[in-house]
Design a protein around this ligand. Structure first.
Ligand SMILES: C[S@@+](CC[C@H](N)C(=O)[O-])C[C@H]1O[C@@H](n2cnc3c(N)ncnc32)[C@H](O)[C@@H]1O
Length: 197
């Protein structure tokens, strides 16, 4: 019995630690997924990262709507019947956008990992890690739903590491000190901000 208590306590501590490090777990609304997919406007070969991915629901929405591998291959390299056989084989037919979810809470990482496996999405990589220690130099799109004070703290890292042209999308709050390129507003829903570096 004490083993169960110990596991429970470790999970609880991990949850509380993550909440204290950047934001408590509150999910992005499902009805807003499509807006995020549109704003991200991912192209084949691009990398999307969610810092503080929670249970990975946004990562799954992005991965499931990734551009078709068909778009990734130039004409002439496509397989029989118009199917890009090379890309399909390599990516399990899931498209060629790479989706990474980084999460500090062990419980959430386990759920996100399991759900992405159950969904059969081979282009998602869920990592246990801290947003502040994650290399962003090869990332095309960053998505975050964290607290405004966390955005303030992570801003210098984004400014230092993100490549020119990278996009940053934030849910509910903007990044203090940055001017958004797009403020996506829908009545009865949360604001979503798009920034281009
Ligand atoms: C407001 S929730 C958003 C969850 C998810 N992004 C979504 O939109 O559904 C914030 C998440 O970030 C995680 N988190 C907080 N600080 C973090 C940090 N420094 N590094 C990684 N994850 C963090 C929390 O554990 C929590 O799951």
């Amino acid at each position: 019995m004490w083993i169960l208590y110990t596991i429970g306590l470790v999970l609880l501590i991990s949850f509380a630690y993550a909440a204290n490090a950047g934001a408590p777990w509150v999910p992005t609304w499902k009805k807003d997924f499509e807006r995020i997919v549109k704003l991200a406007d991912l192209k084949s070969g691009e990398t999307f990262i969610e810092l503080g991915c929670g249970n990975g629901r946004v990562c799954r929405a992005i991965a499931a709507r990734a551009p078709s591998p068909f778009e990734a291959l130039p004409a002439g390299r496509q397989g029989e019947g118009g199917l890009p056989s090379e890309a399909l084989a390599k990516d399990g037919g899931r498209g060629v956008v790479h989706v990474i979810g980084v999460e500090l809470s062990l419980v959430q990482v386990a759920i996100a990992w399991l759900q992405s496996k159950l969904a059969g999405l081979s282009n998602i990589h869920i990592k246990l890690g801290n947003a502040f220690h994650t290399d962003l130099s090869n990332v095309d799109v960053v998505y975050m739903f964290l607290m405004p004070e966390t955005y303030e703290k992570i801003r210098p890292k984004l400014e230092k590491e993100l490549k020119p042209g990278a996009r940053v999308i934030t849910y509910v709050w903007p990044i203090p000190g940055w001017t958004p390129d797009v403020v996506d507003e829908v009545e009865g829903s949360q604001k979503i901000y798009l920034f281009r570096r």
